[in-house]
Design a protein. Sequence first.
Length: 198
Amino acid sequence: MSDQFENSPIDHYEKIIEALHDRRTIGRVKKDNVPKAIIEKLIEAATWAPSHHNTQPWRFVVMTGEGRATLGQGYAEVFTAVTGETDEEKKSKEVKKAFRSPVVITAICSPSEDPRAVLEEELAATQAAVQNLLLAAHAYGLGAIWRSGAPMYHEVMHKHFDLREDESIVGFIYIGYADMVPPLASRRPASEVTQWLE
């Protein structure tokens, strides 16, 4: 087959669709370090997400090694703030949540000062950036899981990441080399969730 056909738009399209179908949430990863250059590529991919008025309302905090303690302490302090529990063993379990992968990236929506910016659209753009990041991780042979939950929204966690009052966390993305078989997945047929107006 000639290079003309090997690099055809159809071939690229099929690869993109295949990646969309094959990407899975990977909750168990190895402790092996992920090269910094690859992490930088993931962030770069994230920044190519669409945003209304090109506001690019995102920023990312990459945590590796002991840097993950920022998130771990956030989990522990949110746990105490919510439950009143001060038992060190229980708090230690909360801290360990941040060390379940060699890389954790906090994705933050940092709304633009552009007067045309709408908060809901800024959040949507940041969430689209996370999807780009997940797809890029898959392309590099990495496993990833987008974690959220109540601690993400707590003011104590926000203080750990020095968020401005108008900023918010949209996810903690745990990344590493998969230590599990990707689960099978299925989706409802697109026809079931599509309405045509003609």
